[in-house]
Design a protein around this ligand. Structure first.
Ligand code: FES
Length: 114
């Protein structure tokens, strides 16, 4: 599967962020959303570019720290499913995905998706 990722990049809490487009392919439907982001980061680091910062801890659907907003939905399109339990087979091959931090006054953006 391949996707176009539009990811919110923001260097510091004070800087203004913007969406940056990243094409990605060789994604399998069994990958979790976070594993897909891991794969993007491996590629970015290999090219000497800064990795996309994102939050996670358990990767088992327990802690809730993987609070990305995907296409405008907190944790993505599935009700009651954390981002780390969301699999790429949930999306259509070739789809464009907008990935941004969860936005709330009590949780200011620190960097990228954190
Ligand atoms: S990383 Fe803990 S619920 Fe997703």
């Amino acid at each position: 599967m391949k996707f176009t990722l539009k990811i919110w990049r923001q260097e510091t809490p004070q800087s203004s962020g913007k969406f940056v487009s990243y094409p990605i392919d060789s994604i399998t439907g069994d990958m979790s959303f976070l594993e897909m982001l891991d794969m993007l980061n491996v590629e970015l680091v290999r090219k000497g570019e800064p990795a996309v910062e994102f939050e996670h801890d358990c990767r088992e659907g327990i802690c809730g720290s993987c609070s990305l907003t995907i296409n405008g939905c907190p944790h993505g399109p599935d009700t009651g499913t954390a981002t780390c339990q969301l699999h790429m087979r949930r999306f259509k091959d070739g789809e464009t995905l907008y990935i941004e931090p969860w936005r709330a006054r009590a949780f200011p953006v620190i960097k990228d998706l954190v």
